[in-house]
Ligand binder design. Structure first.
Ligand SMILES: [Zn+2]
Length: 251
């Protein structure tokens, strides 16, 4: 089971790190997967998604990282110390600085895999004044099937613990309002997180969000985009053939 999850996590990482996709380059982005009990896998700091290997993945304890979310003032050294102390194998590499938000997202019901990238087209929007527009509106049916009917938007925050706390705050507000976990979290001037039950659902949401961003930028150049109405979205969200497509895509 653990080997299968590691295999799936490496497959997701290699897909997200493909150079031709423009989602993550060099050390950008990270991935994680929930294991049984108190542990999860997360990409090690400074490693490359596209070429991620077994020993670039660290197994960490939820119980060592989740309490950090309650702490107001920790120095960078204290966070580093906590990241190292969270490893199950003390010979393992240092977990990514984003391991805290991975731990929190993986503890939501129905979330087994999480992917984070600095996708080029998504960032064109997230680094523009129209970031909020792209998180609130949808433009075409497959975007709803793969990315859900709305996304979380997180204002720009210093990476690390502060960002993990901001992600928790904005995602909790989303959960309260929508009564379901989001598939997509957009972080202003930074990048995107997708998450789901299977590694394929994380990849599908990431690729579709990147495509939607390209459509948005192109449509904006032509005076748009023309967004879906609430009725359009509600209809697609409840169509039985769309639910069938979601199952076929392992969403
Ligand atoms: Zn990042």
């Amino acid at each position: 089971m653990q080997n299968q999850i590691l295999h799936d996590l490496l497959a997701l990482s290699h897909e997200l790190g493909r150079e031709d996709r423009g989602l993550a380059m060099l050390g950008e982005g990270n991935t994680s997967a929930r294991l049984s009990g108190d542990t999860f896998f997360v990409k090690a700091s400074g490693t490359c998604l596209g070429t991620l290997k077994e020993d670039d993945v660290v197994r960490c304890r939820f119980s060592a990282l989740l309490p950090l979310l309650e702490m107001e003032k920790l120095t960078d050294q204290e966070v580093d110390g906590a990241l190292l102390a969270a490893r199950v194998d003390t010979k393992g590499k240092k977990p990514s600085v984003e391991a805290v938000f991975h731990a929190w997202l993986l503890s939501l019901p129905g979330i087994n895999f999480v992917g984070h990238t600095h996708a080029t087209s998504v960032n064109q929007i997230l680094c523009s004044p129209r970031a909020a527009d792209s998180s609130k509106h949808l433009m075409f049916p497959d975007e709803i099937v793969c990315c859900g009917s709305s996304s979380v938007l997180v204002p720009y925050t210093d990476t690390g613990l502060k960002l993990a706390q901001a992600i928790r705050r904005e995602t909790e507000a989303f959960l309260h309002k929508q009564q379901r976990a989001p598939r997509v979290i957009l972080m202003q001037n930074h990048g995107i997180i997708t998450m789901g039950v299977t590694w394929q659902s994380v990849l599908s949401a990431m690729l579709m969000a990147e495509k939607a961003a390209k459509v948005f930028v192109g449509a904006a150049a032509l005076g748009g985009p023309v967004f879906f109405s609430k009725e359009n979205i509600a209809r697609i969200d409840t169509r039985p053939d769309e639910a069938y497509r979601q199952r076929a895509l392992k969403m």
